[in-house]
Design a protein around this ligand. Structure first.
Ligand code: ADP
Ligand code: ADP
Length: 224
């Protein structure tokens, strides 16, 4: 298993945002957390990434207990709704940044960033700054920055939430294509049922901090 979550609970005062959740995710699987706002999707994702620490329970990543591991030691890539790009850096520099942090040599960085720019079809904007680009382009850059160092797991929290419908549908296909091409394990958060049905191998339906049901898009039962 790539990710194993054991009896994971997150309490804010008297309020249980996540309640004794168990979840296992296989290598290469595309799993989507679906549910209404406030159901605990981001909380579960943030506990897996290490941005939040649990009240109780364990997170195991690639066979290693990661419950007390800092985020940057967990081997994850993350993509957020608000892109989180650095405005003073060019597209190239934004994507190169995670490699520089890891101490990769300049020539290797150039080769690798060029590869990823090609994969994501953004070669022609490499020297521009993010704010000069459309929302869809900015989200592709944050995708590129995430995949550039070959994470084995990618976490995405409502990555397409800020985009209009047409662009969202294009990006859904792009993310699916990347998932297939990279063979990466994907944990994806959305409150959009159609998006979950389009993209996922498995949908985990959340409500009130618990998993209500889970299964492939074909087998899941949605209450009318
Ligand atoms: P979702 O991602 O499904 O919208 P969240 O995981 O963000 O839900 O939130 C689950 C519940 O936990 C919500 O009711 C939210 O208000 C609450 N919550 C999240 N973070 C905090 C926090 N830092 N302090 C108090 N309550 C929080
Ligand atoms: P999302 O719905 O996209 O998950 P939220 O708006 O629920 O995001 O939460 C955004 C931030 O605010 C998170 O860092 C979360 O931990 C915090 N937060 C959410 N609800 C509360 C709350 N009731 N009290 C304090 N912080 C909260």
């Amino acid at each position: 298993m790539m990710i194993e979550v054991h009896r994971l609970t997150k309490q804010y005062g008297d309020f249980r945002a996540l309640d004794t959740v168990d979840l296992s995710i296989r290598k290469g699987e595309f799993v989507t957390l679906l549910g209404p706002s406030g159901s605990g999707k981001s909380t579960l994702l943030n506990l897996i990434s290490g941005m939040t620490s649990p009240t109780s329970g364990r997170v195991v990543i690639n066979g290693v207990d990661a419950t007390d591991m800092p985020t940057n030691k967990r081997g994850l890539g993350m993509v957020f709704q608000n892109y989180a790009l650095m405005p003073h850096m060019t597209v190239f520099e934004n994507i190169a940044f995670p490699l520089q942090v890891r101490g990769m040599k300049k020539a290797e960085i150039e080769t690798r960033v060029a590869e990823v720019l090609k994969l994501i079809q953004l070669e022609n904007v490499a020297n521009r700054r993010p704010r000069a680009l459309s929302g869809g382009q900015q989200q592709r850059i944050s995708l590129a920055r995430c995949i550039v160092y070959n994470p084995s797991i990618i976490l995405m929290d409502e990555p397409l939430g800020a985009l209009d419908k047409k662009l969202r549908e294009d990006m859904q296909l792009e993310i699916k294509r990347l998932h297939a091409e990279l063979g990466v394990t994907m944990l994806y958060v959305t409150h959009d049922q159609d998006e979950a049905l389009t993209m996922s191998d498995r949908i985990v339906l959340m409500r009130n901090g618990r998993i209500e049901q889970q299964g492939s898009p074909e087998t899941l039962y949605f209450k009318p």
